[in-house]
Design a protein around this ligand. Structure first.
Ligand code: FES
Length: 111
């Protein structure tokens, strides 16, 4: 049986206690970012093909809100609600990842 989703968008929604040295994506608006992905996928009629999942810490805390899209393995950092339409439109629908939102690790990898 084929997997039901073409892509998964994992959004770190990890929360750490206030004052933790690593910080966390939850305090940077991660739940709002995930909700924006879900709403945008629904609005575009692709909810059945792609899924925005809440994830635990993706170990890129300094770059949160951290988002990774599989199967490509494209990492986005500092994602804000207002960035979501561009990721959905250009990457998830158009097939062209949004380079301006790449995490530094993507740039180092030459992706
Ligand atoms: S808390 Fe989000 S990547 Fe670690």
């Amino acid at each position: 049986m084929a997997p039901p989703f073409q892509r998964h968008i994992f959004v770190c929604t990890n929360r750490r206690p206030d004052g933790h040295p690593k910080g966390c994506c939850a305090t940077k608006g991660a739940e709002e970012v995930r909700a924006a992905f879900k709403a945008e996928l629904e609005k575009r009629g692709i909810k059945g093909q792609m899924r925005a999942n809440a994830a635990g810490c993706l170990d890129t805390c300094a770059f949160g809100v951290s988002v990774v899209v599989y199967p490509e393995g494209v990492w986005y950092g500092g994602v804000k609600v207002e960035d979501v339409p561009a990721i959905v439109e250009e990457h998830l629908i158009g097939g062209k990842p949004v380079e301006r939102l790449f995490m530094p690790l993507m740039k180092k990898a030459g992706s």
